[in-house]
Write a protein of this length. Structure first.
Length: 211
């Protein structure tokens, strides 16, 4: 997300990066779950530090790929977060659901994906992410997906969008969730990064973007 941080800074935002402690894949659910929980703890600490340095500041979180899932989780746990932008990310369950049409997902072969769903550690992570989505309202959410993404297919992003719209519908605030699709793969394309950072700036600073 270095590119996003630079773009965020150029937009006048104070940016802090939180990454997974080490590179893992869903093929190792125990390490993945441990890494995710550690990243959540680190993220919450960074948010606390931001509050100390800028009391009362408007806070937004953004993430790419699995980092988008981390952004969902952080937002669901910290009421100071007002807006969430994710690029090439989706509900893990949604991604797995559409993965049956793909050779692999996150580098995990199709047959292995099905067996992962029977492992307790991975099932626990799925439930944790699901809870995050339910707790996102009333925060504003921007989902950006790539039409040529082979890692997090656009259908998974669209499915996540509809899940969130359903959650927000009960509050009468469906307009707080938007989706944008670009002709790109699984990447931090300049147009997607600029879109996400501009959107965050408008909501956090301006409070009333055009879309």
């Amino acid at each position: 997300m270095r590119t996003a941080l630079i773009e965020g800074a150029s937009q006048g935002l104070a940016a802090v990066a939180v990454d997974l402690p080490y590179r893992v894949t869903p093929s190792d659910p125990i390490r993945l779950t441990k890494a995710f929980k550690e990243a959540v703890k680190r993220g919450l600490k960074e948010l606390e530090q931001l509050e100390k340095e800028w009391p009362g500041a408007e806070v937004g979180v953004a993430g790419f790929s699995f980092g988008g899932i981390l952004a969902f989780r952080l937002a669901s746990l910290d009421p100071r977060v007002k807006a969430v932008a994710s690029i090439c990310s989706a509900s893990l369950r949604a991604a797995l659901a559409v993965s049956l049409e793909l050779p692999s997902l996150f580098g995990v072969e199709r047959g292995r994906v099905a067996s992962l769903l029977r492992e307790e550690e991975f099932k626990g992570l799925l439930s944790e992410v699901d809870r995050s989505l339910v707790k996102l309202p009333p925060r504003r959410v921007l989902l950006i997906g790539g039409l040529r993404d082979k890692v997090i297919p656009i259908d998974a992003v669209r499915y996540t969008y509809h899940l969130l719209k359903r959650a927000y519908k009960g509050l009468g605030e469906e307009g707080k969730v938007i989706i944008r699709e670009y002709d790109m793969g699984h990447e931090l394309s300049p147009v997607a990064v600029n879109d996400a950072m501009f959107w965050l700036k408008e909501w956090l600073v301006g409070g009333n973007p055009t879309s």
